[in-house]
Design a protein around this ligand. Structure first.
Ligand code: T5A
Length: 224
């Protein structure tokens, strides 16, 4: 039984997800909406430990399958310990990345078979699906520029521009296939992007994001 709303921010490195998550959280606060904000991989103690391995800043290497299962391992705990309880409590859950990242990075980026990635992901999520994905779209170079340019960074950032271009194209393809995903231009100022996100949320969930505040919702899971 779930009554809350599950919203996910997605996009390439530096697209502005964390910035927008903070701004949305402040907006939810002003609307009096009970909410939980978390990031992936992470969101739980074991998830944060896995994050340190996946986003290693040293010389750690691993096969793409190992990366996939580490991320899915973190997700299983995230869904069980954070997402499900918050949704059952009627809250808005705002996640900085979720399974569209896995399809874009491990599927399109690493080249793992997408159907197999989807099946493995289903085991990690136990069928919990976001109500809406807000996919921030920005040219890879612009995102890297915002983060201080190419070079350095964690294991995944070090893959460089051509890997991240496949990821971006993956997102753009996924948005066409997933009915609950919306592509949002992310090249404007933080305030402009925030306006776009709020407009989408108010259009898609007028009862929840009106100034009147929160009204608990029924099950709204639609499949990616
Ligand atoms: N990963 C994750 C997978 O491979 N598979 C998976 O399934 C999952 C869940 C996560 C990594 O894990 C990978 C993908 C990632 O590589 P992370 O550090 O959380 O690692 O990386 P990101 O989620 O990409 O976070 P980033 O910090 O890189 O990017 P954000 O959150 O999109 O951007 P943000 O808000 O931190 O902004 C970056 C900079 O840009 C500025 C900010 O002030 C900041 O300096 N900025 C703007 N500047 C101008 N205009 C705007 N509109 C701006 N918005 C933000």
């Amino acid at each position: 039984m779930r009554n809350g709303l599950f919203i996910v921010l997605e996009g390439v490195e530096g697209a502005g997800k964390s910035t927008q998550a903070s701004l949305l959280s402040a907006w939810f606060e002003s609307l009096g909406l009970p909410h939980t904000v978390a990031r992936e991989p992470g969101g739980t103690p074991v998830g944060e430990a896995i994050r340190r391995v996946v986003l290693d800043r040293g010389d750690l290497t691993m096969p793409p399958e190992t990366e996939l299962f580490l991320i899915l391992g973190a997700r299983a705990a995230f869904v069980r310990d954070v997402v499900r309880p918050a949704l059952e409590d009627g809250q808005v859950v705002l996640a900085d990345r979720f399974d569209l990242s896995t399809f874009a990075y491990q599927g399109y980026g690493r080249g793992l078979d997408l159907d197999r990635v989807r099946r493995a992901n289903e085991m990690a999520t136990g069928g919990v699906r976001p109500d809406l994905y807000l996919v921030l779209d920005l040219p890879v170079e612009a995102g890297l520029e915002r983060k201080g340019g190419v070079g350095g960074g964690d294991r995944i950032e070090r893959e460089g521009a051509s890997f991240l271009s496949r990821v971006r194209e993956g997102y753009r393809t996924l948005v066409k296939e997933v009915p609950t995903a919306r592509l949002v231009a992310a090249h404007g100022s933080p305030a402009e992007v925030q306006d776009s996100l709020r407009r989408i949320l108010q259009e898609d969930f007028p009862e929840t994001f009106s100034v009147k505040g929160f009204s608990k919702r029924g099950t709204g899971s639609r499949s990616p």
